[in-house]
Design a protein around this ligand. Structure first.
Ligand code: FNR
Length: 388
């Protein structure tokens, strides 16, 4: 495994189609998901020579803490589907590499366990599901468990239609018909280990009376402006709002007292005509001003992408699908290799850019960005209207 793409290919072989597609799939025709990646390739970096880059450091300060690397693990529900105890493996990796891991509300591991496994590296992500009160109970649990960073996800007012999941009959709880049975039977290693360890299910929506309350397609639109104000009042630690793609929204979130904004289009899993997330960062940076903490995900597939996100205005980044590909490919070994590959690629690219520290990565390392199709269209429309 020498790249995210290697991990993806291996995971594709080893995982049942239903599981692999749950990870890789996205909304609609999956155009935004693809655009997230291709837009990174259009960004060029400016090589510089003869700087003293013999010693380089990737240590990054974010929200008052030093992390060894400028990236962490994005919140992802049901990671244990990819590999039994995946959440625990990620937690161990987070401690080992001193990076944050954000546990999803929809995770198949309890809030309290993740805090024990990952220690202070654990963040918690909140969905406001069909009941605002049960979401607030989760916040209380996170507070009691000792979490100091809460990420409120706001870009899933309603779960989007993901055709791959529909085709595969993916749902929660699992329904196993002939199609799924064949899929599992042709991936016996995954099926046996999952059987032995127990089929994963969302752990954090379970109420005290034992009812499993997670309804995947229920509205999550309770995460509105009033809720944000309420959350700000009751959550005394760091509060990050995730899924922001508009400068106007970013400004309002900043005014609401959030500590950071998390620029993301959910990896293209929500709106298939959204701009690439990376093309939005600089606009949001310009709106919130220098110094306001910005975090970024969606489309990062290598160390150079992390540099591009930081140079575009992010202070920190998160990895999504690459983490699950690595786990699906080679479990703990795959995960650690992937994190090391990202770190090594970043460090080597920094050497080429004449930059020794992460804090010195800024827009001066960007050479130019060839216009995206959307931008070309915009320019030609402007030209046409100026001619008219
Ligand atoms: C996600 N994502 C997500 N986000 C969130 O806030 N809560 C969640 O429970 C989930 N669940 C989830 C499951 C899976 C399988 C994936 C792939 C993604 C979105 C995630 O945090 C992140 O925004 C995207 O994964 C970033 O895109 P890339 O880089 O993975 O393409």
């Amino acid at each position: 495994m020498f790249s995210t793409e290697d991990a993806r290919k291996l995971a594709r072989k080893k995982l049942p189609r239903l599981v692999f597609d749950f990870v890789e799939g996205a909304a609609g025709k999956e155009v935004t998901s693809a655009r997230n990646e291709s837009c990174f390739d259009e960004i060029l970096l400016q090589p510089r020579v003869m700087a003293d880059v013999s010693q380089r450091s990737l240590v990054t300060r974010f929200l008052g803490r030093d992390y060894d690397l400028p990236f962490g693990v994005a919140p992802m529900g049901m990671c244990n589907l990819v590999r039994p105890r995946a959440d625990k493996l990620v937690a161990e990796a987070a401690r080992l590499h001193n990076i944050p891991i954000c546990l999803s509300s929809a995770a198949s591991s309890p809030i309290e366990d993740m805090r024990k496994w990952a220690g202070e590296n654990a963040w918690f992500q909140l969905y406001v599901g069909h009941s605002v009160e049960s979401s607030l109970q989760m916040v209380e649990r996170a507070k009691l468990a000792g979490y100091e960073t809460l990420v409120l996800t706001v870009d899933v007012p309603q779960l989007s239609r993901r055709p791959r999941d529909q085709r595969n009959g993916f749902d929660m709880p699992f329904r196993i018909g002939p199609k799924q049975f064949f899929d599992f039977a042709t991936h016996p290693v995954w099926s046996l280990t999952s059987l032995i360890c127990g089929v994963p299910k969302p752990q954090n929506f379970i109420s005290e009376d034992g009812d499993d309350k997670f309804v995947r397609r229920a509205s999550r639109a309770g995460a509105d402006w009033q809720f944000l104000d309420r959350l700000r009042d009751i959550w005394p630690h760091h509060l990050i709002v995730k899924g922001v793609m508009s400068a106007d929204d970013a400004l309002r979130i900043q005014r609401s007292g959030a500590d950071a904004i998390y620029v993301s289009n959910h990896g293209g899993r929500q709106l298939d005509s959204a701009p690439s997330a990376i093309s939005t960062v600089s606009k949001i940076r310009a709106a919130v001003g220098q110094g306001f903490p910005l975090i970024f995900d969606s489309g990062i597939r290598g160390g150079e992408d992390v540099i591009k996100a930081l140079a575009s205005g992010a202070d920190f980044t998160m990895l999504g699908r690459p983490i699950l590909y690595a786990l699906g490919a080679e479990a703990r070994v795959g995960l650690n290799s992937l994190i090391k590959l990202f770190a090594e690629d970043m460090s080597l690219a920094m050497a080429q850019l004449g930059v020794a520290n992460v804090e010195d990565i800024n827009e001066s390392v960007l050479l130019e960005r060839s216009p995206t199709v959307g931008e070309k269209l915009n320019t030609s429309l402007q030209f046409a209207s100026s001619q008219a």
